[in-house]
Design a binder for this molecule. Structure first.
Ligand SMILES: [Cu+2]
Length: 502
């Protein structure tokens, strides 16, 4: 952790965190190690977008990565510290990195607008803004790089975090394939070859395996009985080779040293490109205290849905000196990944990479019980935009209001307005909708009003609808899109724009 230049005695949490970093060290490609980043200026943070090789299922996997000079992934900021970052592109190709959930000026958002083009290979771009505290992440917004693990945590500590002196544990989830992202996308979009990229048990067939959920289970999907579709939802467009937790599978998981009876703040990040998970704390019970970095009223539980791009902060008080797996099971599948919290000297047993049963679709059960700690001030919307989510698996194309990115009609809003957006999903898939540059409050789920969480990504269930509201306080051009990478890349993105921004 940074200390704003002031030397401080390390807390218990910091000592433990440094042990974790050592345990999780990844072998970077020699070329990368040799290519030292330019000397950063005083107080500036260097972040390198580069290449590395992971071992997945015993095979080498060349992937991207985002890491600081000490090899730690992503950026961690101390309370009050600015996001004062030099992003060095050593990836060998142009890239641009989005600071997901942060609220910077739009020209620093890391989206490839004409005014803010991608960073050419070998060049550096600088960022300087006041971050908001909480659990965030960063990912490429360039082509399909996100699928190749151009993703990392972005953790901004608050003064309250320091006072609580809990051990920070970050769990970043990924989906992984040995096929290239281009092959995966081509498999979805080419009519003749599409089956190669889709499991035969895809929900569309409803004949077997994943996604073939009975109508009796629909209440678990957050739909009222009058909304239950007459067939199973579509899940998991892509048949992945592995699911990663902190870059590892359960065959060789990230084992995080904890103290007996330790107090943990688990920061869960779903950084997968096209996969949603159920988080399973096993024998432990946790308290959700933040959604997408924003504090919520405490909710206790041991199983939580986590849609693409979403985050949850969960406080866990470890009951003893054992080893506790924190698992993430893929919706509609038996496949799972995870990490192990292990007190010193505890026996860490192997956890199977498959659960006994398929997990149900990720749903709105948690969303319905979330309540923002700092809700929006009560106010009627000045403008309401209706956004219809449409598309299909065959042909594989997804749209918002009938538009396919980049040929879209922007949703116009003006500074000072209270803006409401009503998402109406006319498809059999759930879509995690993400708005850049603003935190919104969830105001309704399938027509039922809610003073819900303030967050940046919300799941809109199949054939369901979700209302959100936010204050238009950050003029610029902002992307609004489905965070399924393949939906976004085949059209499911639009722009929210303020006037007089060109
Ligand atoms: Cu989608």
């Amino acid at each position: 952790m940074r200390s704003n230049g002031k030397p401080t005695r390390p807390t218990r949490r910091q000592v433990l965190a440094s042990g974790v970093a050592a345990a999780g060290t990844i072998a970077f490609m020699p070329a990368l190690r040799a290519a030292a980043a330019p000397e950063p200026g005083a107080g500036r943070i260097s972040l390198t977008a580069g290449n590395r090789i992971l071992a997945v299922n015993g095979k080498p996997a060349p992937v991207f990565g985002l890491f600081s000079p000490n090899g730690k992934p992503g950026v961690t900021l101390a309370p009050g510290e600015r996001f004062n970052v030099d992003l060095v592109n050593r990836a060998g190709t142009s890239t641009i990195i989005h600071w997901h959930g942060q609220l910077p000026p739009w020209t620093q958002d890391g989206f490839p607008w004409p005014q803010t083009p991608p960073i050419p290979a070998g060049e550096t771009r600088s960022y300087d803004y006041a971050p908001i505290p909480g659990t965030f992440w960063m990912h490429a917004h360039q082509g399909l790089q996100e699928q190749n693990l151009m993703t990392a945590p972005l953790i901004v500590h608050s003064a309250e975090d320091l006072r609580a002196d809990r051990q920070d544990v970050v769990l970043l989830l990924h989906d992984f394939s040995f096929r290239t992202p281009d092959e995966l996308l081509a498999g979805l979009t080419k009519p003749d070859s599409s089956r190669s990229a889709m499991p035969m048990s895809h929900g569309r067939t409803t004949t077997n395996g994943s996604g073939s959920m009975g109508a009796t289970n629909m209440s678990a999907m957050g739909m009222g009985p009058d909304r239950a579709p007459d067939r199973a939802p579509d899940l998991n467009d892509i048949d992945y080779d592995a699911f990663l937790a902190n870059d590892r599978t359960l065959a060789d998981p990230d084992v995080i040293p904890t103290e007996a009876g330790g107090r943990v703040r688990l920061r869960l990040i779903n950084g997968a490109s096209a996969t949603q998970f159920w988080i399973d704390l096993g024998a432990l019970t946790g308290t959700v205290v933040a959604a997408d970095g924003h504090p919520v009223r405490p909710v206790r539980g041991s199983r939580f849905p986590l849609a693409m791009a979403q985050r949850l902060d969960v406080l866990i008080d470890l009951p003893g000196n054992g080893a506790y797996p924190i698992l993430a099971q893929v919706e509609g599948k038996r496949a799972r990944t995870g990490i192990i919290l292990a007190a010193s000297g505890s026996f860490v047993s192997r956890v199977a990479a498959e659960a006994g049963e398929n997990a149900p679709p990720v749903d709105l059960s948690l969303e319905r019980s979330l309540e923002a700690f700092a809700p929006l001030a009560p106010r009627a919307p000045d403008v309401t935009h209706r956004v219809v989510l449409a598309g299909s698996m065959a042909p594989y194309r997804w749209s918002l209001n009938g538009d396919y990115w980049p040929d879209v009609n922007p949703l116009m809003i003006a500074k000072g307005q209270r803006v409401a957006i009503e998402f109406v999903n006319r498809t059999m898939m759930a879509h995690p909708m993400h708005l850049h540059g603003h935190a919104f409050q969830v105001t309704s789920l399938n027509g039922a009003p809610l003073a819900g969480a303030v967050r940046d990504t919300v799941l809109v269930p199949p054939m369901g609808n979700v209302g959100i509201a936010f204050d238009a306080d950050n003029p610029g051009r902002w992307a609004l899109h489905c965070h399924n990478l393949y939906h976004m890349m085949t059209g499911m993105m639009t722009e929210v724009r303020y006037p007089a921004i060109i």
